[in-house]
Design a protein around this ligand. Structure first.
Ligand SMILES: NC(=O)c1ccc[n+]([C@@H]2O[C@H](COP(=O)([O-])OP(=O)(O)OC[C@H]3O[C@@H](n4cnc5c(N)ncnc54)[C@H](OP(=O)(O)O)[C@@H]3O)[C@@H](O)[C@H]2O)c1
Length: 249
């Protein structure tokens, strides 16, 4: 399954898991993000093929890196769009700049990456887009996350439009909406017990869970799946209003 995969927002927790898991599956991982030191470390640690510094709010940077990757590797088979920022402010305290920055990174960046890569994939008559969204986009409301939730809801709408526009070219677009992702290795047992209480499966969603779903969506096994949003949250979002989690018997 040697595919050329652009991973945008590679240095994040979920991004790092994607780099590691997809490299292990013999995908050629091209890591993209703003921090060259973090990218270099991750490239070595995950055995990824390549890394480039990229600010997703810059159309010229996106076009130049996409062209460079195409020249070097000959195709672009998939894009995992994982970049995001989340200012934690109530609506009245949130600045217009923070609102705009959030929409720029999550939504406009996804649009620009899709625009740059779709024209290459159309010529190939194949390609996959996987957008990392959030439960806050469509499934639940989260106070103090208005810009973030709006950007992720927009991302899902964008994904469905892309899926339909690109379907004639056998290109798919899907999103993954993780619940809260934790790094359990850095927590005490008491913290883990406390934080997993509201999760029906009583365990954390981890970066690897998202990475394996992304790998599946990029694989040929998922060739007929498009326009869908996949929630990975241990069952948290299906709880009713009383939030019943069944105790271990
Ligand atoms: N963690 C969770 O619980 C959770 C839950 C649901 C959804 N998500 C989504 O999953 C994704 C990853 O989340 P995370 O918590 O693992 O990551 P994170 O620590 O928030 O990292 C965000 C990533 O986005 C990149 N990024 C931000 N602005 C950028 C820009 N202008 N240009 C290029 N890259 C940019 C960062 O790259 P640099 O470091 O290079 O700047 C970083 O790799 C996000 O989209 C997030 O919304 C996370």
């Amino acid at each position: 399954m040697n595919k050329i995969v652009l991973l945008v927002g590679a240095t994040s927790m979920i991004g790092r898991a994607c780099a590691r898991v997809l490299s292990e599956k013999n995908m050629t991982m091209i890591l993209l993000g703003r921090d060259s030191e973090k990218l270099g470390n991750l490239k070595r640690a995950s055995d990824s093929a390549d890394a480039h510094v990229l600010d997703v709010t810059s159309e010229p940077q996106i076009e130049s890196i996409v062209a460079e990757v195409l020249k070097t590797y000959g195709s672009i088979d998939a894009v995992i769009y994982n970049a995001g920022i989340y200012p934690w402010k109530d609506i009245e305290s949130l600045s217009l700049q923070a609102w705009r920055d959030t929409l720029d990174v999550t939504l406009t960046g996804a649009f620009l990456m899709t625009k740059a890569c779709a024209k290459i994939m159309k010529k190939q008559r194949s390609g996959k887009f996987v957008f990392i969204s959030s439960l806050a986009g469509e499934t639940i409301g989260v106070p103090h996350m208005s810009a973030y939730a709006t950007s992720k809801a927009g991302l899902n709408g964008f994904m469905r439009t892309a899926a339909l526009e690109l379907a004639p070219f056998k290109i798919t677009a899907n999103s993954i909406s993780p619940g809260k992702v934790y790094d359990a290795a850095s927590m005490t047992e008491a913290e883990i017990l406390d934080k997993t209480k509201p999760i029906p499966l009583r365990r954390f969603v981890e970066g690897e869970d998202i990475a394996h779903m992304a790998a599946f969506l990029i694989s040929d096994l998922a060739k007929n799946i498009t326009g869908q949003n996949f929630v990975i949250d241990g069952g948290q979002s299906i709880l009713g209003e009383e939030g019943h989690v069944v105790d271990v018997l």
